[in-house]
Design a protein around this ligand. Structure first.
Ligand code: TYM
Length: 412
């Protein structure tokens, strides 16, 4: 059958063909339990490295909330408010009801060029930042791990690549923006199939909720597409994550956030920005960060008003202030109603930024690196059989492994 990758029809008319299977009801499968149990018999020498059955059972019973933050540079307040805080809020308030997967996509971290001598250190630093931001790593429902330490991520990606259209990847906004700025010859294949690896990150663990900033919404939609496409062709292999709209409702205000660059407020604040003048990094000297705020681009309207189209700079500062003060946008806008002096307004924002960074950095130095590494290694041991179980289902479905008759996924 020839496949028109450039003009993918809707999922229900997938070019890869309709499922030959009847959709079976979802069973509360306990395959990881069996999987680890089997492994224990096969590999007695690594018995002690495998997760306990109790942990595996508890892992499989809760809906999964998952997010990842690359280690390509120091993190920004955009990463903090867009991805770290929403999941940590959930972890603190509802860890009993959900499984929380917070990971570092280290393979994604060099899809655009980086200084490789710093990657490993930056990976550990990210993990420490999660802890400083409040991730309670002593909780057994919370997992913190590195993508490349669980090889199933890469293996699933290679399989899903063959069910992904070239045209569909070429249309990804992040790919188009980044590749346009450096040209085709300097654009890596890693950047091209970035969304497929991201889909694997999510689908391996049956994640239902994925807090990400607004720039990642298209990748999340692709994850849903590829999951539905595979489910339709091969029976119910994957849990399809909730729609972006449902995710916004689930996480509330911080989901779908886009903190803008201070100097160029129509562009996302990005950790890979070369000059860093419009970016507040979590490890910025707090006084320097406050100065960056004072130098933020505004306008000549002399009106403190939330209007992204006509006053992007002021709107961005209002958004940052509302996040730092933990109050609604409406309430910060009301605080400054009628005021015309941008200098006074910026001083308030700068003061809040300085205070936030001072507190955060104090917490960061208190994080014990050994505890963090122990948690990473433990989570990687615990989650490897879960990821492998999903991979094994897919391998069986596509015919790489003999079908053992149990390729139905568990409920997410
Ligand atoms: P990364 O490291 O580029 O960004 C990490 C998270 O931070 C959010 N973000 C922002 N949010 C608001 N305003 C900003 N200015 C801003 N800048 C960044 C991003 O939307 C993201 O949520 N592809 C992911 C990493 C990843 C991933 C995954 C995430 C890989 N696999 C699986 C979730 C699930 C990314 O953009 O990383």
């Amino acid at each position: 059958m020839s496949v028109d990758y450039f003009n993918l029809p809707p999922i229900s008319h997938s070019p890869y063909g309709e499922s030959n299977h009847t959709i079976v009801p979802l069973l509360p499968t306990i395959y990881p339990f069996d999987y680890a149990h089997g492994l224990r018999h096969l590999l007695p020498t690594i018995y002690h490295l495998l997760p306990s059955n109790a942990i595996i059972s508890s892992i499989m019973t809760k809906p999964v909330i998952l997010t990842g933050i690359r280690a390509n540079n120091d993190l920004t307040i955009g990463n903090y408010f867009g991805a770290i805080l929403p999941i940590i809020d959930m972890a603190k308030k509802h860890s009993g009801d959900y499984q929380i997967n917070m990971f570092i996509p280290d393979l994604h971290s060099f899809t655009t060029p980086i200084d490789h001598t710093k990657l490993y250190e930056q990976t550990i630093n990210n993990a420490k930042l999660f802890v400083a931001a409040g991730l309670p790593i002593d909780n057994q429902n919370i997992f913190m791990y590195r993508q490349s330490f669980i090889p199933a991520h890469s293996e699933l990606t290679i399989i899903l690549d063959s069910f992904t259209g070239f045209g569909e990847m070429s249309r990804m906004i992040q790919f188009k923006d980044k590749s346009n700025s450096v040209g085709a010859d300097r654009t890596s294949l890693g950047l091209f199939n970035y969304p497929v690896l991201m889909a694997s990150d999510i689908l391996l663990y049956n994640a239902k909720y994925v807090p990400v900033g607004d720039d990642q919404s298209q990748h999340l939609e692709f994850t849903r597409d590829i999951a539905q496409r595979m489910n339709s062709k091969f029976n119910e292999l994957f849990v399809v994550p909730d729609s972006v709209k449902n995710q916004h409702e689930f996480f509330g205000k911080d989901q779908g956030l886009r903190i803008m660059d201070l100097i160029n407020p129509i562009k996302k604040m990005s950790k890979s920005d070369d000059s860093g003048r419009g970016v507040i990094f979590l490890n910025d000297n707090p006084v320097i960060a406050a100065k960056k705020v004072m130098g933020a681009t505004t306008d000549d309207k002399a009106k403190i008003n939330f209007d992204r189209d006509n006053q992007p700079g002021i709107s961005n500062l209002l958004e940052i202030l509302s996040l730092l003060q933990g109050v609604t946008l409406q309430s910060v806008t009301d605080q400054f109603k009628g005021q015309t002096n941008y200098g006074d307004f910026k001083k308030v924002v700068a003061g809040e930024v300085e205070k936030f960074l001072t507190d955060f950095q104090k917490k960061l130095v208190e994080v014990d690196e050994n505890t963090v590494i122990t948690k990473l290694e433990q989570s990687e041991r615990d989650l490897t059989p879960i990821a492998n179980a999903t991979l094994s289902r897919v391998q069986q479905a596509v015919g790489l492994r003999p079908n053992t008759g149990d390729i139905t996924r568990s409920e997410g």
